[in-house]
Design a protein around this ligand. Structure first.
Ligand code: G1P
Length: 285
């Protein structure tokens, strides 16, 4: 039932200029894979294999990445590089990705609404790929899915953040309901004194299709944009909505510091060169 997932990928990546002037931020590389591939693999692990990317101008590289590259595959085969060939071709053959263009940068809520004709009247996931989450306890999306299977309700991925960071995130109001965390409201990027908690939304969502109807009439909010958080606050008034504090390592890889941290941490976990990297880094510390 829950197989569709939306990747909003139309943003201009202003937090990461000049790197993102001609390269989509979703294509920035963590160790040896672009960020968006981590997101797609996480979704596949959660059984969400019908993927729609919301893209915009200058995002063609994403389409090429998930397409089959016949020429490259031919060359790798001829060169006997079978392992790399398998790596390259497996993902593009396993996934069906559709692309919808967000013609104007009207905000995350608007980007998600662009997927409505494709998703239709079904529950669906949303994943923000610049939040990279690595979890040994089942992918972040799989952790959300487990609660969705139990409740049939919208489920949101959360993490505790320091008070000084609440202005960077959508922050939820939550109350315990048995062993679940019921969400009763949320605010987009509040000032420290207005934050309802220290629980931030970290770019992983499962929604019932009612969200689309609410997005259609959601007025512009913070920053003059149609905010996903505002439509979610309306949804939480109408239907039960739950939060999951996600277990795993999380990197906000959409800015240079988070991106570098992700590269180093995942590099230090890489079987092939972790020891070499450790040795090299020691020279600089
Ligand atoms: C978006 C959402 C925000 C969420 C954040 C997670 O903000 O609007 O609610 O907490 O992603 O990364 P952005 O970082 O795109 O400004």
């Amino acid at each position: 039932m829950l197989r569709k997932i939306v990747f909003p990928a139309a943003g201009m990546g202003t937090r990461f200029l000049p790197a993102t002037k001609a390269t989509p931020k979703e294509m920035l590389t963590i160790v040896d894979k672009p960020l968006i591939q981590y997101g797609v693999e996480e979704a596949l692990e959660a059984g969400m294999d019908k993927i729609v990317m919301i893209t915009g101008r200058g995002k063609r590289a994403i389409e090429d990445h998930f397409d089959i590259s016949a020429e490259l595959e031919l060359n790798l085969r001829a060169a006997g590089k079978h392992e790399m060939l398998e790596k390259i071709s497996k993902l593009s053959r396993k996934t069906t990705v559709s692309y919808v263009r967000q013609k104007q940068p009207l905000g995350l809520g608007h980007a998600v609404l662009c997927a409505e004709p494709w998703v239709g009247n079904e529950p669906f996931g949303v994943s923000l790929a610049d939040e990279l989450i690595c979890s040994p306890h089942g992918s972040a999306m799989a952790q959300l899915r487990a609660v969705f299977e139990k409740t049939g309700a919208s489920v949101i991925g959360l993490a505790r953040v320091p008070k000084s960071d609440v202005h960077k995130y959508g922050i939820v109001k939550a109350e315990q309901e048995g062993d679940l965390l019921r969400l009763t409201g949320m605010v987009e990027k509040p000032a420290t004194e207005d934050a309802p908690s220290d629980l931030a939304m970290i770019g992983r969502y499962i929604f019932t299709p009612r969200l689309f109807e609410l997005l259609e009439t959601t007025p512009s909010g913070k920053g003059g944009e149609i905010q996903l958080t505002d439509a979610m606050a309306l949804l939480a008034q109408e239907e039960p909505m739950y939060g999951v504090i996600i277990e795993g390592q999380r990197f906000d890889a959409g800015n240079p510091l988070g991106f570098l941290t992700a590269n180093l941490v995942l590099g230090l976990e890489n079987e092939e060169f972790a020891d070499d990297l450790r040795r090299i880094l020691k020279q600089y510390l």
